[in-house]
Structures are given as C-alpha cells and as structure tokens.
Design a protein around this ligand. Structure first.
Ligand code: SF4
Length: 217
C-alpha cells in the first residue's frame, strides 16, 4: 500500500528554486508579464513577489528540463528580444526559445500536463510569441510546439501583420499602465481574463472585482 505525499527530496526542491530568474526592474517588463490582461495582478505580483507551491514550481521546472534539452537543437536558442516603447522609459523583453535560420522560423516551446486538452495555442501564450515575431522579424514564421509526456502538437501562426501589430499595441498599453502604476505606487484597475481562474488575490478575497463564492454550509 502507498500513501501519497507531497515531499520531494530536498536536492530536487533546491534545484527547482534556483532554476529561475525573477529579478525585476521597475521600467522593464517580461513579455509574459504583459501578455496577461490583468495589470492589477501583475502589479501585486511585483510588489509581493510571485507565489509558487511545489506543484507550480515543478511545472515550471518540467518546462525548463524540456527546454534545456530541445532548444540546443536549434541554430539559435534563448535569443534575447527587446522592445523600447516610444517616448517612455519602458522596455519589454523576452527570449525566443529556438530559431532556425534556413526556414527563418521562431519556435515557442510549451509543456503541458496532457496534450489531449490542447486545441490550439493558449490565449495567454499568443501575445508573448507575437512579441518575438514582431520584434525579431515580422516576416518570419512563428510556430508553437506543445509537449507533454503523452504527445506533441505543433501550431503555425497564420494571422496578418496588422493583427500582430494590434497585439503589440495592447502589450505596450499594458506595460505603460503597469509602469506608471509602479511609479505612482497605486495598483491599476483589475480586468477579468483567463488568469482569474488561478488568481491568488481572488482566492484570498483581495481582488476588488472578482469575489469567490462562499460555500453553503
Ligand atoms: S481575479 Fe481579480 S486580480 Fe485576479 S486576475 Fe482576475 S481580475 Fe485580476
């Protein structure tokens, strides 16, 4: 008989916790940070630090294990892309997972629990990758590779340059909102989106607009 527990060995926990770079600067935003819609959450995460339980840390770690092995197969890996927002001190940054020169293709690699639930790139993954495309070469091909232990799926971005530009414009707006809020020390207005589902501010009853339903006793 086995009893399920949550205690990973200390050596793995240590490696997991060292395996990230969460340092932030007030005027520099990671593309994934402004890919989400709620800048209230992004602001609070900056102020209070992100919180990961072991399972969430493991999911990030699992992604990096795949990344480390796969990205070295490309012509370029972890290619840094930066975008300075005109007339502001704000910068959006990120790293392209993989790039192949012969086909001029950018690859964004994502790992998931099970491939069966993946019908297309996730809403919150798209802006980050479009950011890479727009700022590396808008004429390049962008592909998402979703991986899990039970399979993989590949998706090619086929939207117009205008759509990519409008995704970029929205990211710029969110970065400006977040940047000004940090400067003034006032959280931005929350806005509902996919991220509400797992939001700790909602769970803790601290979201000003989304309340958790109390269970009837
Ligand atoms: S629950 Fe509230 S704070 Fe969290 S993401 Fe949604 S709107 Fe933002």
């Amino acid at each position: 008989m086995f009893k399920q527990t949550d205690d990973l060995p200390e050596c793995i926990l240590e490696d997991m916790s060292m395996d990230g770079d969460y340092t932030t600067r007030d005027n520099v935003f990671h593309a994934s940070e402004v890919a989400y819609t709620c800048m209230y959450k992004a602001y609070m995460d900056r102020k209070e630090g992100k919180e990961f339980d072991n399972q969430a840390m493991y999911n990030i770690y699992r992604g990096r294990i795949f990344d480390r092995h796969l990205t070295k197969l490309f012509d370029e890996r972890e290619l840094r892309v930066q975008h300075r927002i005109k007339n502001t001190p704000f910068i959006i940054r990120g790293r392209i997972d993989g790039l192949n020169y012969d086909t001029n293709t950018i690859y964004e690699i994502k790992t998931v629990q099970s491939i069966n639930y993946v019908r297309g790139p996730f809403k919150n993954h798209i802006p980050q990758a479009v950011f890479y495309l727009t700022n590396y070469d808008p004429l390049a091909t962008l592909k998402f590779i979703y991986l899990s232990m039970d399979g993989y799926k590949v998706f090619t971005y086929d939207d117009t340059l205008q759509t990519a530009d409008s995704v970029m414009a929205e990211m710029e707006d969110r970065a400006k909102t977040l940047g000004l809020a940090i400067k003034e020390g006032e959280p931005p207005t929350p806005s509902k989106g996919n991220e509400c589902k797992y939001c700790r501010y909602k769970k803790q009853g601290r979201c000003p607009i989304v309340k958790t339903r109390k269970r009837k006793v």
